[in-house]
Design a protein around this ligand. Sequence first.
Ligand SMILES: NC(=O)c1ccc[n+]([C@@H]2O[C@H](COP(=O)([O-])OP(=O)(O)OC[C@H]3O[C@@H](n4cnc5c(N)ncnc54)[C@H](O)[C@@H]3O)[C@@H](O)[C@H]2O)c1
Length: 392
Amino acid sequence: MIMTKEKIVIIGGCGHVGIPLGLAFASKGFDVTLFDKNQININVINGGELPFAEKGGKEILEDHIGKNLRASNDCSFIKNADIVFFVIGTPVDEHLNPKVRSVISAVEEYIPYFTAEQLLIMRSTLFPGTLHVIQEHLFRHGVNAKLAFCPERVLQGKGIEEIFALPQIVSGTTEEAVAAAAKLFLNLTSQIIYTTPDEAELAKLMTNSWRYLSFAIANQFYMMANDSGVDFNRVYDAMTAGYPRAKFFAKPGLAAGPCLFKDTMQLAAFYHNNFFLGHAAMLINEGLTDHLVKNLKQKMDGSLCGKKIAILGMTFKANNDDIRESLSFKLKKLLEIELAYVIESDPYLKNSVPLEEALKTADGVILGVPHDEYLELQINVPFVDCWGVWSK
Ligand SMILES: NC(=O)c1ccc[n+]([C@@H]2O[C@H](COP(=O)([O-])OP(=O)(O)OC[C@H]3O[C@@H](n4cnc5c(N)ncnc54)[C@H](O)[C@@H]3O)[C@@H](O)[C@H]2O)c1
């Protein structure tokens, strides 16, 4: 049954997770409000544009905006909703501890608009135990709404595609909440995975930590091979070619973005800083930037002072416009400490130096992220490329 009449409000709906989720539900006939405090993004979306790249998003937006889809900061939409999602950010602080309070405060802020009939679904990544804390707060304020936790696991930029393709983890504080959340998600996916809230919270954090650790292994091996004068690309090919047990061996690269590092640190905080692998992965993945700058320096006669160094790719992942927690900016800082003049170039960013100009001016190049535009380039100055794109 398609529940065309149900009203869904997504709090934090104009962000990276909220938009694909809202578009997916709107495309299935739900009445969707992307509720947010970011007035700029509200205006952009209501004007029929997406604030960030999202594959397949523009078409759905154009078909549904002003009909069964809108962006707004009007709280009356929350009051009248059947289902309320929370997808606000869940960051770590400057000491790498989870800011659990920020998500609880956000829930508290909207308590006056909740009703007993509603289904509240937490969609943000949660520090283990947070759903029960939220439940306590709701009880204390006399809110008896159904409360579920259904974590988002999609790939940034391919959210819509993956929402329909991936199984959905569903958990909740009551059987009624779980049943209602599962019924809702069956409109988007055919496979529901039932867990307890604690299991769902850990499943989400462990998935991201596992990916972060996988990249750290590849990056550690890359640096180890490089430091001993061996081409890691050839080692990688030798290890993986026709060898099924190395099928999932990650490739080296700058492991960045808003989720992997943050969620690894959340897991470390949860395990009272005994998650040694997680901390080691952080040192390796963040330390890769130092290694790349050191390598380039060696290739440029031991000094970067006064040299023009182009970083190609400033976003945190390829073929995407998101710069959040991108390690290219850390590279920039390290190059500036070496007194290099940094040229930032990225086809996805306005106001960055065009590729042709960057290549014409640069004395040296670092591949920040392997956008498609860079794959066939012939670099004629010293360069470093941990992604293995130009080395081949
Ligand atoms: N980006 C991803 O690919 C991804 C994937 C899976 C899970 N997640 C998780 O999803 C959550 C959200 O991440 P995101 O990337 O969408 O973040 P984001 O910063 O892009 O979006 C968050 C949105 O929430 C809004 N917001 C913040 N506080 C608010 C409030 N009190 N009231 C109303 N709106 C508010 C912001 O204006 C912003 O638009 C995080 O927990 C993240 O870890 C992200």
